[in-house]
Design a protein around this ligand. Structure first.
Ligand SMILES: [Zn+2]
Length: 121
């Protein structure tokens, strides 16, 4: 468990946890005050003592062929409120860069309309 920064929505800390999803190990970046559990009907819900909903999975951008959103990227996102990520099209197509920002509903979201000027290496 590592602390990555302060939660954008409450006074909690954002921590990184390794979790297992369908046999794959990924990271979960979550506010300490945001916890989920399975209830009696097997739904994955926030626990009664959760006062925050900030949670981001490291595979959030898998759809755009970014395998993992890293702890380093999450740290910078919390610090600067935005971070540049490298995304890929279908196999063999060019990579491109986009800004990622914090999103109250989804944790993170991609700014599709914004062009990224400076490239990250
Ligand atoms: Zn929080």
């Amino acid at each position: 468990m590592r602390v990555l920064g302060n939660c954008p929505y409450c006074n909690g800390k954002v921590i990184s946890k390794k979790i297992n999803v369908r046999g794959k190990q990924i990271k979960l970046f979550t506010c300490q005050n945001s916890n989920k559990e399975y209830d009696e009907s097997e739904s994955y819900v926030f626990t009664a003592d959760s006062s925050c909903t900030f949670r981001v999975y490291s595979n959030a951008f898998l759809k755009w062929n970014k395998r993992s959103f890293s702890e380093y990227e999450m740290k910078n996102l919390l610090k600067d409120k935005q971070v540049i990520v490298r995304l890929h099209g279908k196999k063999g197509s060019k990579e491109y860069f986009k800004y990622v920002i914090l999103d109250k509903t989804y944790g993170v979201s991609i700014l599709w309309d914004e062009e990224v000027e400076e490239k990250v290496s």
